[in-house]
Design a protein around this ligand. Sequence first.
Ligand code: COA
Length: 166
Amino acid sequence: MSVDYDIRVAAIDDLGGARAVMLDALYRDFGTGYVPRWHEDVIDLAGHYLTPARHTLLVAVDEQSVIVATAALDSRGPRQPEWLAERYPRGETAQLRRVYVRPEHRRRGLARSLVTELLEFARADAGYRSVYLHAYRHSPGALDLWRTLGKVVWEDEDGVVHFEIA
Ligand SMILES: CC(C)(COP(=O)(O)OP(=O)(O)OC[C@H]1O[C@@H](n2cnc3c(N)ncnc32)[C@H](O)[C@@H]1OP(=O)(O)O)[C@@H](O)C(=O)NCCC(=O)NCCS
Protein backbone atom coordinates (compact mmCIF):
# COMPACT_ATOMS: atom_id res chain seq x y z
CA MET A 1 0.00 0.00 0.00
CA SER A 2 1.35 3.42 -0.91
CA VAL A 3 0.87 6.14 1.69
CA ASP A 4 1.78 9.79 1.39
CA TYR A 5 3.45 11.26 4.44
CA ASP A 6 4.04 14.83 5.41
CA ILE A 7 7.26 15.55 7.33
CA ARG A 8 7.34 18.78 9.30
CA VAL A 9 8.93 20.48 12.27
CA ALA A 10 6.76 19.72 15.28
CA ALA A 11 4.50 22.45 16.59
CA ILE A 12 3.04 22.60 20.09
CA ASP A 13 -0.12 20.82 18.90
CA ASP A 14 1.98 17.89 17.62
CA LEU A 15 3.64 17.11 20.94
CA GLY A 16 0.95 14.80 22.31
CA GLY A 17 1.07 12.63 19.18
CA ALA A 18 4.87 12.68 19.12
CA ARG A 19 5.03 11.66 22.78
CA ALA A 20 2.64 8.77 22.14
CA VAL A 21 4.91 7.43 19.35
CA MET A 22 7.94 7.71 21.65
CA LEU A 23 6.32 6.11 24.68
CA ASP A 24 4.99 3.23 22.58
CA ALA A 25 8.54 2.63 21.30
CA LEU A 26 9.94 2.69 24.85
CA TYR A 27 7.38 0.17 26.09
CA ARG A 28 6.92 -2.08 23.04
CA ASP A 29 10.23 -1.97 21.15
CA PHE A 30 12.74 -1.40 23.94
CA GLY A 31 10.85 -2.98 26.82
CA THR A 32 12.29 -0.48 29.30
CA GLY A 33 9.20 1.70 29.56
CA TYR A 34 9.69 5.28 30.66
CA VAL A 35 12.82 5.73 32.79
CA PRO A 36 13.11 9.34 34.06
CA ARG A 37 16.93 9.58 33.97
CA TRP A 38 17.04 8.42 30.34
CA HIS A 39 13.81 9.79 28.90
CA GLU A 40 13.05 13.14 30.55
CA ASP A 41 13.07 14.84 27.12
CA VAL A 42 10.03 12.75 26.13
CA ILE A 43 7.99 14.42 28.86
CA ASP A 44 9.27 17.95 28.21
CA LEU A 45 9.50 17.89 24.42
CA ALA A 46 8.91 21.64 24.13
CA GLY A 47 11.70 22.49 26.56
CA HIS A 48 14.17 20.13 24.94
CA TYR A 49 13.43 20.51 21.25
CA LEU A 50 11.12 23.44 20.45
CA THR A 51 12.59 26.23 22.57
CA PRO A 52 16.37 25.84 21.96
CA ALA A 53 17.11 27.19 18.46
CA ARG A 54 19.86 24.61 17.83
CA HIS A 55 17.58 21.66 18.60
CA THR A 56 14.68 20.34 16.58
CA LEU A 57 11.93 17.73 16.56
CA LEU A 58 10.40 16.41 13.31
CA VAL A 59 7.19 14.45 12.96
CA ALA A 60 5.83 12.42 10.04
CA VAL A 61 2.08 12.58 9.58
CA ASP A 62 -0.01 10.12 7.54
CA GLU A 63 -2.99 10.84 5.29
CA GLN A 64 -5.34 10.80 8.31
CA SER A 65 -3.21 13.47 10.02
CA VAL A 66 -1.94 10.94 12.58
CA ILE A 67 1.66 11.30 13.76
CA VAL A 68 3.36 8.01 12.91
CA ALA A 69 7.07 8.79 13.35
CA THR A 70 9.42 11.15 15.17
CA ALA A 71 13.05 12.23 14.95
CA ALA A 72 14.90 14.76 17.10
CA LEU A 73 18.28 16.45 17.29
CA ASP A 74 20.03 18.14 20.20
CA SER A 75 23.49 19.43 21.06
CA ARG A 76 24.11 17.51 24.29
CA GLY A 77 26.57 14.91 23.03
CA PRO A 78 27.51 11.74 24.92
CA ARG A 79 28.37 12.24 28.60
CA GLN A 80 30.58 9.20 29.06
CA PRO A 81 33.06 7.64 28.75
CA GLU A 82 35.43 10.58 28.74
CA TRP A 83 37.12 9.77 25.41
CA LEU A 84 33.74 9.62 23.66
CA ALA A 85 32.59 12.91 25.23
CA GLU A 86 35.86 14.52 24.10
CA ARG A 87 35.50 13.18 20.57
CA TYR A 88 31.85 14.38 20.35
CA PRO A 89 31.77 17.49 22.54
CA ARG A 90 28.62 19.05 23.86
CA GLY A 91 27.66 22.08 21.75
CA GLU A 92 29.67 20.95 18.72
CA THR A 93 27.93 17.61 18.21
CA ALA A 94 24.51 17.17 16.69
CA GLN A 95 23.03 14.12 18.42
CA LEU A 96 20.18 12.29 16.69
CA ARG A 97 17.53 11.12 19.12
CA ARG A 98 14.09 9.52 19.23
CA VAL A 99 14.05 8.23 15.67
CA TYR A 100 10.97 6.07 16.06
CA VAL A 101 8.53 4.83 13.41
CA ARG A 102 5.29 3.07 14.30
CA PRO A 103 5.56 -0.64 13.35
CA GLU A 104 2.89 -0.56 10.61
CA HIS A 105 4.71 2.29 8.85
CA ARG A 106 8.21 0.80 8.83
CA ARG A 107 10.30 -0.01 5.72
CA ARG A 108 8.72 2.80 3.72
CA GLY A 109 11.68 5.14 3.92
CA LEU A 110 10.36 7.30 6.76
CA ALA A 111 13.41 7.07 9.02
CA ARG A 112 15.72 7.73 6.08
CA SER A 113 13.71 10.83 5.08
CA LEU A 114 13.56 12.12 8.65
CA VAL A 115 17.29 11.66 9.15
CA THR A 116 18.03 13.40 5.83
CA GLU A 117 16.13 16.44 7.10
CA LEU A 118 17.91 16.34 10.46
CA LEU A 119 21.27 16.25 8.68
CA GLU A 120 20.27 19.33 6.65
CA PHE A 121 19.32 21.07 9.90
CA ALA A 122 22.73 20.18 11.39
CA ARG A 123 24.57 21.35 8.27
CA ALA A 124 22.78 24.71 8.34
CA ASP A 125 24.15 25.30 11.86
CA ALA A 126 27.78 26.39 11.56
CA GLY A 127 28.48 25.21 15.12
CA TYR A 128 28.00 21.48 14.58
CA ARG A 129 31.15 19.60 13.59
CA SER A 130 29.85 16.03 13.68
CA VAL A 131 26.69 13.96 13.98
CA TYR A 132 26.51 11.25 16.64
CA LEU A 133 23.94 8.85 18.03
CA HIS A 134 23.71 5.70 20.05
CA ALA A 135 21.38 2.77 19.56
CA TYR A 136 20.65 -0.46 21.38
CA ARG A 137 21.79 -3.66 19.75
CA HIS A 138 18.37 -5.27 20.27
CA SER A 139 16.27 -2.37 18.88
CA PRO A 140 14.27 -3.61 15.90
CA GLY A 141 15.88 -2.40 12.67
CA ALA A 142 18.06 0.19 14.39
CA LEU A 143 21.53 -1.15 13.63
CA ASP A 144 20.54 -1.97 10.04
CA LEU A 145 19.31 1.59 9.58
CA TRP A 146 22.32 3.30 11.13
CA ARG A 147 24.83 1.10 9.28
CA THR A 148 23.37 2.39 6.01
CA LEU A 149 23.88 5.99 7.18
CA GLY A 150 27.10 5.97 9.18
CA LYS A 151 29.83 3.96 10.88
CA VAL A 152 30.14 2.26 14.23
CA VAL A 153 32.51 4.08 16.59
CA TRP A 154 32.24 1.81 19.59
CA GLU A 155 30.04 -0.89 21.08
CA ASP A 156 29.99 -0.93 24.86
CA GLU A 157 29.55 -3.84 27.23
CA ASP A 158 25.84 -3.09 27.69
CA GLY A 159 25.07 -3.57 23.99
CA VAL A 160 24.88 0.15 23.24
CA VAL A 161 26.31 0.87 19.81
CA HIS A 162 27.71 4.34 19.15
CA PHE A 163 27.63 5.72 15.61
CA GLU A 164 29.01 8.67 13.71
CA ILE A 165 26.76 9.65 10.82
CA ALA A 166 28.34 10.88 7.59
C1 COA B 1 14.80 1.63 13.16
C2 COA B 1 13.57 2.34 12.58
C3 COA B 1 13.56 3.79 13.05
C4 COA B 1 13.66 2.29 11.03
O1 COA B 1 12.57 3.06 10.49
P1 COA B 1 12.03 2.82 9.01
O2 COA B 1 11.19 3.98 8.62
O3 COA B 1 11.42 1.49 8.92
O4 COA B 1 13.40 2.82 8.16
P2 COA B 1 13.53 3.07 6.60
O5 COA B 1 12.33 2.50 5.89
O6 COA B 1 13.83 4.51 6.35
O7 COA B 1 14.81 2.17 6.26
C5 COA B 1 15.99 2.71 5.67
C6 COA B 1 16.98 1.57 5.50
O8 COA B 1 17.42 1.08 6.77
C7 COA B 1 17.55 -0.36 6.73
N1 COA B 1 16.55 -0.96 7.62
C8 COA B 1 15.61 -0.32 8.33
N2 COA B 1 14.89 -1.20 9.08
C9 COA B 1 15.40 -2.43 8.81
C10 COA B 1 15.09 -3.74 9.26
N3 COA B 1 14.08 -3.97 10.14
N4 COA B 1 15.80 -4.79 8.78
C11 COA B 1 16.79 -4.58 7.88
N5 COA B 1 17.15 -3.35 7.40
C12 COA B 1 16.45 -2.29 7.87
C13 COA B 1 17.32 -0.76 5.28
O9 COA B 1 18.57 -0.67 4.62
C14 COA B 1 16.39 0.34 4.81
O10 COA B 1 16.41 0.53 3.42
P3 COA B 1 15.46 -0.42 2.48
O11 COA B 1 14.10 -0.49 3.10
O12 COA B 1 15.49 0.31 1.17
O13 COA B 1 16.13 -1.75 2.45
C15 COA B 1 12.26 1.60 12.99
O14 COA B 1 12.37 0.24 12.70
C16 COA B 1 11.94 1.77 14.46
O15 COA B 1 11.25 2.72 14.84
N6 COA B 1 12.42 0.82 15.32
C17 COA B 1 12.14 0.87 16.76
C18 COA B 1 12.73 2.08 17.41
C19 COA B 1 14.23 2.17 17.19
O16 COA B 1 14.95 1.23 17.44
N7 COA B 1 14.67 3.33 16.72
C20 COA B 1 16.06 3.63 16.53
C21 COA B 1 16.52 4.25 17.78
S1 COA B 1 18.23 4.52 17.77
